[in-house]
Every structure is written in structure tokens, then in C-alpha cells.
Design a protein around this ligand. Sequence first.
Ligand code: ADE
Ligand code: ZN
Length: 339
Amino acid sequence: TPLHPFLAALPKCEHHLHLEGTLEPELLFELSRKNNITLPASTDPAFGSVETLLARYKTFKNLDDFLGYYYIGMSVLLHASDFEALAYAYFSKAASQRVRHAEVFFDPQAHTSRGVDLAALVEGFKKAQARARADFGMSTELIMCLLRHLPPPSAMETFSQAREAGYFADGTLAAIGMDSSELPFPPPMWKDLYDAAGSGGIRRTVHAGEEGPASYMTQALDLLDAQRIDHGIRAFLDEDDKLIARLVRQKTLLTMCPLSNVKLNVIPSIADFPLKKLLDAGVTFSINSDDPAYFEGYILENYCALQEAFQLSVRDWESIAKGAVMGSWCSESRKEELL
Ligand code: ADE
Ligand code: ZN
């Protein structure tokens, strides 16, 4: 597209990126050999090779079909050095696409349930963050996501463990989030957890309105006091005008992921992404990559896919980029630098 060089050079913020979703098949197989983790190739031939796995990633039926591969893939991660390698590979790739500030998710329960210590995860990620700062001048924040498909007490226990380790107080973790399957696990299930975070002054975001209806987004705001919503596309697909007006009024950041939405069949094609509605309504949103190793595109590919479908102006993109800076969870002085 004609704007490609402009989009490539545009300074970016990423707010919706699962570190485990950046595990490229090459590193997945390398770590499975190194750590002696057997992949289920006997029951699923997709795990036979890098090529068969990439071919399998071409189409997912829905969120859960993808999540099956996502959780098996991340089972090869064991040591602090594995988590450091994963995160640093992502930060390097993001720097090459001019990401200046990244707020990234990880799923502690998916690792602690396999016997990996929370401290090992944090140690590896922090080393990668320090290298990203030194090598690329990139600011990064970690957001701990709790898993909806596990029982609420497991989420509460993981949150408490992180809080008792001082990770929120010392800035190691910037916020909590909530991810995994959406429809069977609505926001009311997580009220105690979000109340505990809110009363402790801890920032809160929630994946909502991806496969779940717009009403889950309203519940996330009302019951969980969410300060940000990850995805939130269903407000527009369901045409919930009252909710949209509220998002505008409250300046709630929506961290949107267009290529992910197409790959997981939330929308039939990129042309169905409600970009014009977002811009016309004046919603604060950012464009992000979600799980780039699985969805055939990092942040720049998401920007370019939208540009090809919608032919935005330079001014549209500058206003999207500015909204992303303003919605970031960084200091006011860092925002000045990013603007
Ligand atoms: N975990 C990783 N990617 C996710 C997504 N798009 N939705 C919910 N949970 C996820
Ligand atoms: Zn996500």
C-alpha cells in the first residue's frame, strides 16, 4: 500500500500482546528438544514439524480451537532463560516495527500449573525487559492475566501470590487482566478478584466482547470496574449504542486486534472490522497483534491490513497513534516522549 513506509516508520504502542502467543514454531520445537518435552504428535500430526504446524495455524474454527494449540505450545517453556528468550525475541521484532512502548500479557497459571515457579517467569521476563530498554530504548510493562477456564479460587490464589511477592507494589507488574475462553465464564465470576485488585489500587483490564456479547463488556465495566477492555469489538458488531457512548464518555481504551478477529472467526474478513465506526464515534482504541506467532502478523501487519481495506489518511493514523499513547499505562513524562 502507498502508506506502507509511513506506517512502518510510525512510532507505535502495543497494548494487547500475549508473550506466549509470540512463540514461533521454530523456537517451540527447539525448546521441546532442549527441555525434553514431548509434543502430542502421535495424536495430532500438526505437531510433526514446523511446516505442518504452520499449515495448521492457517485456519482456526474459533477461540477455543486456537487456545488448544496455544496451551500445548507454551508447555515447552520451563526455565527463566526460556521465558527471557521468548520475550526478548518479541521485543526485538517489535522494535523492528517501531514499537516504542509495549504492555504485554502473560498467563502465570498456565506455567505454575506445570510446576514452573512464578519467580522464574518474572526473572526471565525482567531480564528481557532490561535488554529491550538498553538495546532499543523500548519501555515495557507486564500485565498478569488470570485464566477464565480455571476455577476462580485459582485466579485469586495466583493474584495473592503475586501481591505478597510485592510485584504490584514494586512495579514489576503493571496490572491484572483476564483471558482464555470467554462465553462460559462471564464477568460476575470474577468480581471478588477484581474487587481485591481495585481496593489494592491495582490497575485492571479484561478481555471482553471478543466471542462474548456486548453485555459482557458492560458487566466488565459495572461489576469489575475495568479501566480498559481488551478486544471489545462486540460493542460495534452488536451495535450497542449506549455502551459505545459510555466508552467514548469514559475514554475507556479498547485494545483491538483485527487479524486475530479474522483468524478466530469473530468477523468474516478484515473489511468487517468496525474501523469507521470506531473513528466516527470517537472511541479511544489501539491496534494490536494479540498472538502474532499464531495469526500470521505482528503489529505492522495489522496496521497494513487495515490500511489496505480502509485507505485511511495520514491524519487518521496520527490520531490513532496519539490515542494509543494517551491510553498507555506509563508515566506522563514517558507519554511526552512518545508523542
Ligand atoms: N489468550 C491468548 N489470546 C487470547 C485471546 N485472543 N482471547 C482470549 N484469550 C487469549
Ligand atoms: Zn488477547
